[in-house]
Every structure is written in C-alpha cells, then in structure tokens.
Design a binder for this molecule. Structure first.
Ligand SMILES: Cc1ncc(COP(=O)(O)O)c(C=O)c1O
Length: 402
C-alpha cells in the first residue's frame, strides 16, 4: 500500500492549528485501505479467498471499509464475534483462537459462523456436546501445528514447534477417528497459521505449498472430502527497512503457478491476513512536548507513548517516523531543538520502556513539531495498555474518502 504522507500532514496541520494542546492522534487513510484490499483480492488466483483477521484492528470504519472487499472476517474471541455481528449481520465469519469458552462455542453456532477452527480434541468434544444440545451441525476446520523440515523461522512463531496453538499433527489420526462417529461436526478443512512477520515471499510460498501438500496426503490417507485449506495470515510489515516490503506480486504469481500445478480440485485456499491488510493505512501522530539531552543522548518526548502505540515495544524495533514541522512557537523563550544528530523518541509514561524509536538520525526536530509514525494501522492501538497512568486516549480520525 502506498503511504500518503502528504495527505496525512495536511490533515494534521489543520488539526494542530485548532487543537490548543499538543496533538496526539491516530489518523487512518480509508481510501488507501480500500484500494489495497481490492488490489490484494484482485491479484489472488482463482480458487483463493481473503478474510480479514480483525484482531489487527477492529475499529468500525476499518471493518466497514473492508467488509465490501474481503470474503469475510476472522474473529478470535466471543467479544470479536459479538462486535462483528452487532454491525455486520451477513458477513461470513470464521472463528479461531485458543481457549474458547462453552458460551463462545454456543454463540458461534447461534451466529451461523462459516467455519470454526478447532484447537484441540477437548475443544471438539465440548463443541460436539453443545451442537447436539442445539440440534445443529457445526462446520469445522482442524487447526494443525505442523512441523516442517527446513521451516525458516520468523520472530513470531505460532507453530512448527511446541506451542499452545493447534492440534499437533501426530494427534490428527486420533481426532479423525473420533470425528467419524460425530455427525454433528462437519469437517470442512484444515487450518494452519504457523507464523507471523513473514517478509520473504519465496519462503511464504514454500510454506503454503507445504500446507497444501500435507493436506493432500491426509485427504488421501484418511479418505477425506474437504472444501478448503486455510493458510492463515502471517505476512509481515518491514518496520526496520520500510522500503523493503513483502513482495506481494511475486507471491501471488507464484501462488497461481503452484495452484495450477498442484491445486486440489474443489478445495479453496483461504487467507486470513491481519497486519498486511491494515498496518499501512494507519499513522500515529504525537506532538513534541520536550527535548532533553541526558548523559550524551538526546530524548524527544512526545504527547502519548506506548500506552497508545505499543507496536515498537511489542516487536522490539525502533519505529520509523517523519517530522512534520510546525512553525508556531507560543513562548518568548528559545525553542528546544535537535539538529543533525541521533535522537530517541519517548512518550509520557514513567518507565524507560516507553520508547518508540531509538538512536535515529534526524536533520531537525523542535518542540511543537509533530512526529508521524507510519505503519500504525495494525496491532497498534488495539494491543496497547490504554489506561496506564490515566492519560487521555488519542483522537482517532479518518482522512476524508472521495
Ligand atoms: C489464527 C490466526 N490467524 C490469523 C492471524 C493474523 O496474523 P497476521 O496479522 O500476522 O496476518 C493471527 C495472528 O495472531 C492468528 O493467530
């Protein structure tokens, strides 16, 4: 997705002139999001479909923008399910996640979800009991934790090794045996999500290829008739080197070739992307309150911090940012500044962990300028500890859509 920094700057400038207090806001570019989603969907080969994993960002305007573009939403809790159904009665929903409660399983059945991703035999057993009591048949995919030779690890692994996620592949025969006597569960497919933060298109293609090959073997060995394979999410965003992003055109072309050579007739390939869909449509903006020189380092203190924007701390990176110069300076004394030097950007929290960027060379930054962090549209506001220190929440605004 193309970043539209100029439009974001214009909107921030207008807001800054009116604000009367240092700015702190999320700005979302819904037009860019819509275009990005449409491009992804259009470039996927025949037989593929794209769901959005709403855990990445479930703000209503984001969901409203995506609802008409994607095949449906992936939810991972009863709360997400209720939120989606409150606003989207008809959108297909798939339900993943470990530790589902009985009432969540019941609601999933009542809400007519498209497919539930079972995480363990115990979860299947509880689901079957609930389905029998409701007099319903439940469409299910089995989430499998597959170990693969030569699996290239990323910084966030959900499988391929001991983890709490999914059913270890060795336990699959036992699950399938058990399922044979349970007509209330309709096995629709397999679900894989071994990793997130994948930046390498060739490696991701290999992973999807391995999922499909394994699925084919299981279908043959156990005489299964399934209708889809969910290959998860996991495509990453390169925060450290923003000009080197995941090569989607290479991936989608490779996927087309893979499916034409080794696709399974009647079996669709389903994606449930989170980060890669929404990260680039969001920007976190903080106005500079103070600039301090301490023991040989320079700290830029912005309004807000990791309680709003936890992404850099969660991923352990220094987040890229841009400086929007603001010329107004309301005081009579000299304006603190840093020029042609490295700075670290911190927020207002009383902890050294409130660090958004570190040792970044800047040409110029002054008190009252606005720092704009791109790639803040996924796992940003929604993974942050909002109420720490009871600072006010940031504004959330949306660039006008033409
Ligand atoms: C089961 C499942 N599917 C999809 C996703 C979305 O992953 P990503 O945001 O990396 O695309 C996650 C993220 O944790 C997940 O756990």
């Amino acid at each position: 997705m193309e970043l539209r920094l100029a439009e974001v700057f214009t909107s921030l400038r207008a807001a800054e002139e009116e604000a009367g207090a240092p700015l702190c806001a999320y700005v979302y570019d819904l037009a860019a999001l819509r275009l990005h989603a449409a491009n992804l969907v259009r470039s996927l080969p025949e037989g593929c479909e794209l769901y959005y994993a709403i855990k990445a960002n479930s703000e209503l305007p984001i969901l409203q923008t995506l609802a008409s573009q994607v095949a449906g939403f992936e939810v991972s809790s009863g709360g997400e399910l209720a939120w989606v159904r409150e606003h989207f009665a008809e959108v297909p929903v798939i339900f993943s996640g470990p530790g589902k409660l009985d009432h969540e399983l019941r609601e999933a059945i009542e809400q007519d979800i498209d497919c539930l991703h079972a995480e363990s035999l115990h979860e299947l057993q509880r689901l079957a009991d609930i389905a029998v009591r409701a007099g319903r048949t439940v469409p299910v995919s089995l989430r499998i934790n597959l170990t693969l030779d030569g699996l290239a690890e990323t910084s966030l692994m959900m499988g391929g090794k001991p983890t709490p996620f999914g059913i270890p592949a060795q336990q699959l025969p036992e699950c399938l045996e058990w399922l044979r006597a349970r007509p209330e569960i309709r096995l629709r497919g397999f679900h894989f999500h071994l990793l997130s933060h994948q930046l390498d298109a060739a490696a991701h293609l290999q992973l999807v290829s391995a999922y499909l090959a394994q699925t084919r073997l299981w279908c043959e060995a156990h005489d299964l008739a399934i209708d889809h394979v969910n290959v998860g999410g996991g495509i990453g965003v390169n925060y450290r080197q923003p000009d080197r992003q995941f090569d989607w055109p290479v991936f989608s072309a490779g996927l087309a070739a893979l499916l034409s050579e080794r696709g399974m007739p009647g079996v669709r390939v389903r994606f449930e992307l989170g980060r890669y869909l929404t990260a680039a449509c969001g920007y976190y903006a903080m106005q500079v309150i103070d600039i301090k020189h301490s023991h040989g380092k320079t700290f830029v203190v912005g309004r807000g911090g990791s309680h709003h924007f936890r992404t850099p701390y969660a991923q352990g990176h220094s987040h890229p940012f841009h400086v929007l110069p603001v010329d107004q300076w309301p005081y009579t004394f000299a304006r603190p500044h840093a020029s042609n030097q490295s700075v670290s950007v911190v927020g207002q929290l009383c902890t050294p962990k409130d660090l958004l960027a570190f040792d970044v060379p800047v040409e110029s930054v002054r008190c009252n300028d606005v720092l704009v962090f791109p790639y803040a549209g996924a796992y940003a506001w929604h993974i942050s500890h909002h109420d720490f220190l009871r600072h006010p929440h940031p504004a959330q605004w949306y660039l006008p859509v033409d």
